[in-house]
Design a protein. Sequence first.
Length: 134
Amino acid sequence: MMAFGIACGGVLKLRSEEGKGLAGCLSFLLVLVVVGFAAAKIWPEYYACKSLDTDVRTEVSRAGANFLSDETLMKDILNLATRNEVKLTNEQVKIERFAGQINVVVHFTVPIDLFFFNWDMSCDIKATSFVGRL
């Protein structure tokens, strides 16, 4: 009997059995499951976006140093998107040359199904490089 109560001044007091601790624990576990589910759905798309960002910045730097044409750069960026499992079109990639620089802007959205609603994650990639070798 002492395992379920606390002896206080010679009188055995039983713990409050309102269930507040259990309800808090279950609420926390529910929130943890929901956050884990959302993270499992969002993480692959987020990782693909950031990986493509790094690859595009590297490719734009290479294109500036090697005097690549806009068509070659566009083809390389679309190949990088395919490798990173991102669906890109020519309209989502803007290549501009101005004052000895190459500016590339890539904007796309990825729809993510989060069970109760759909969320469109927006990815913006901006890369700049000077034309020529240093």
